[in-house]
Ligand binder design. Structure first.
Ligand SMILES: [Zn+2]
Length: 326
């Protein structure tokens, strides 16, 4: 049963029942619903404004952290770039210059990596700040490419160095006898030498070193003995082929310490000073040939002499002396 409500009628001085019409009831209910709805909206608005849901809050924190991480990554990428640029600079301007090698063309070093199309899927993800991630990805790709080219360049430099080391080891670079006191040079290279005994121009195509019979004679560079025999003019003579166009000859030896065809190293004793062949006294006649043409051996003592000693040796080799061989 519906509860009957009463009110006090001052005119009739009686309590009378309140008669609720359907219309009044409808508006009462509607008012209640509207007020409840408005209050609910208010509560939701206040909550959303002042309180971030826990999950969203965590996602925002993670997002901020990720942005920070990408920023740090980008900075580290910049530092790595600087290091690679330094390596490239040393490669092109120091190593390749010293080794007389061609620099890597800038078109290869600076070549692109394919542009934005590679990152289309990244752009489709509707990211808040795609440029940060995009630039970093591009940077990493570019760095990988630069490192690959640099690595290939070092491989090439390494093989050039190996070849150069072989050339440097082979090229004649010391005196063929022990000459620390610089007193052993008795005659220098002279293509226009007038021979006092033969009374004619008789080129002297080597340097003569005076030394007692039996003094060790050294190979002046790595190579292969191509001949070791007794010649009428050179006496006991050794020929060494050093490769790369260079040969040396060691004449008037007392005896050999190597076999024909043997490989020799710079500084190895190959024979001993003698007075064999057309020789006026114990000495070593030493020649350097480049592409079968005798050249001045004075230019091939660099491993033995400092600048001052080199000057002195040049002076000694130019002195007119009585030829020891003819
Ligand atoms: Zn000579």
């Amino acid at each position: 049963m519906a509860k009957i409500r009463y009110y006090y009628n001052t005119e009739t001085c009686k309590y009378e029942a309140i008669k609720a019409t359907k219309k009044a009831l409808f508006f009462n209910v509607l008012g209640f619903i509207i007020i409840s709805f408005v209050m609910s909206l208010g509560i939701i608005y206040v909550y959303r404004t002042n309180f971030t849901p826990l999950k969203e809050s965590r996602l925002r924190a993670e997002n901020d952290k990720l942005k920070l991480d990408w920023g740090i990554l980008k900075e580290q990428l910049g530092t790595a770039y600087q290091h690679v640029d330094e390596l490239q600079f040393k490669d092109d301007h120091i190593y390749r210059v010293i080794l007389d090698a061609e620099p890597i063309p800038s078109t290869i070093r600076e070549g692109g990596t394919g542009g934005h199309i590679r990152y289309e899927n990244l752009m489709d993800q509707n990211l808040e700040d795609p440029s940060l991630i995009l630039n970093t990805y591009e940077g990493v790709d570019d760095l990988k490419k630069k490192l690959y080219i640099q690595s290939k360049s070092y491989d090439e430099i390494s093989s050039i160095l190996t070849e150069k080391a072989k050339i440097w080891a082979s090229r004649p670079a010391i005196q063929p006898v022990n000459n620390k006191e610089l007193k052993r040079i008795a005659g220098g290279f002279n293509p226009r030498r007038f021979h006092p005994i033969l009374k004619k121009i008789h080129p002297h195509e080597g340097i003569d070193f005076t030394a007692n019979i039996g003094t060790p004679v050294y190979a002046t560079g790595d190579g292969t003995v191509t001949a070791a025999y007794r010649s009428a003019t050179y006496g006991n003579v050794i020929f060494i082929n050093h490769g790369y166009g260079y040969q040396t000859r060691y004449a008037h030896l007392h005896e050999f310490n190597i076999m024909n065809g043997e490989s020799v190293k710079r500084g190895q004793v190959i024979g001993y000073v003698g007075n064999t062949g057309r020789s006026q006294g114990p000495h070593l006649h030493y020649e350097v040939l480049y592409k079968y043409k005798a050249i001045d051996p004075i230019n091939f003592f660099q491993r033995d002499l400092d600048n001052e000693e080199y000057e002195k040796v040049i002076e000694l080799s130019k002195k007119e002396t009585i030829p020891l061989d003819y």
